[in-house]
Design a protein around this ligand. Structure first.
Ligand code: PAF
Length: 283
């Protein structure tokens, strides 16, 4: 497995793959890899000739109040997983290389970025779209793999690719969950046992919304009430949002439609977790 530490090294690697007409599967990550990432690497392995994983804790996508300094980092464990999953290369850039002193360009997707996560983390998606544009330019992958847990992120990146005519194929892969239903996230490792019980309520709330829809409820406000009820009398966590919206635009809806997504974000102390369920309804 090649370890590429500079933008020059990834460019040289990329040119070599191009020369051999090798299809490149790309899994961009911020490290602290878990089984969710493992499944993305495995999926890339199945679909493409060669697989590259990037590991970069992108400072641009953290708000000043976010946990950039405390974001989990374990490079040797990450590399072990990449090796096990038979990644061909790992790109581990230094931030000075990606964001040199004179760096001054950012990429913004306007409307989609402003909703939900954007309301609580106003500069987050600009950081994501800027780094993803840079990574796609450097790696020039045939296919790039993202997890559904970050559903809004995927839609924002899809919009970016469409608007800027980037030649990139994006694949959304299912959220991987622990046996108790908690969506895997690098931040889960910080949850104390009692906090984990709180965290589980997020998925339970989404399931309760889904259940209401399956039973025929179509009023979005009522579905949202079903979800919020799961948290009643549980004051240790704070819901940032728990909503029912249109699955492509993420606009709030008054009635459940054929493509609906239930989105939620929860703060438990300093830990922030997100989750979602996409629901298809026959109207
Ligand atoms: O989803 C993530 O891990 C990050 O937001 C990404 C896409 C690697 C950009 O830093």
């Amino acid at each position: 497995m090649r370890i590429l530490r500079t933008t020059q090294a990834i460019r040289t690697w990329q040119h070599r793959q191009n020369a051999h007409k090798t299809s490149i599967g790309f899994v961009p990550t911020m490290g602290a890899l878990h089984d969710g990432h493992r499944s993305l690497i495995a999926r890339a392995r199945k679909s493409c000739d060669t697989v590259v994983v990037s590991i970069f804790v992108n400072p641009l996508q953290f708000e000043p109040s976010d946990d950039f300094g405390h974001y989990p980092r374990d490079l040797s464990k990450d590399l072990t997983m990449c090796r096990k999953e038979k990644a061909d290369a790992v790109f581990i850039p230094q931030w000075q290389d990606l964001y040199p002193h004179e760096f001054q360009t950012t990429v913004t997707v306007n409307k989609l970025s402003q909703r939900w996560e954007g309301e609580h983390r106003p500069t987050h998606f600009q950081g994501v779209t800027t780094i993803v544009t840079k990574l796609l330019n450097l790696v020039q992958p045939s296919q790039t793999f993202f997890g559904q847990k970050d559903y809004q992120q995927f839609l924002v990146i899809r919009q970016l690719v469409k608007d800027l005519e980037l030649d990139a194929k994006l694949t959304l892969c299912p959220t991987i969950r622990d046996a108790d239903g908690l969506a895997l996230s690098s931040r889960n490792q910080y949850l104390l046992p009692a906090q984990r019980q709180q965290a589980l309520l997020l998925y339970q709330a989404l399931l309760s919304g889904k259940q209401a829809i399956k039973k025929g409820e179509r009023r979005a406000r009522v579905v949202e009430k079903h979800m919020a009820a799961i948290f009643e009398a549980k004051h240790q966590s704070h819901i940032d949002y728990l909503v029912c919206c249109e699955a492509k635009t993420l606009e709030p809806i008054s009635r459940v439609q054929s493509n609906t997504v239930l989105l939620g974000a929860l703060r438990i102390g300093a830990i922030r977790l997100i989750d979602n369920l996409v629901i298809s309804v026959r109207e």
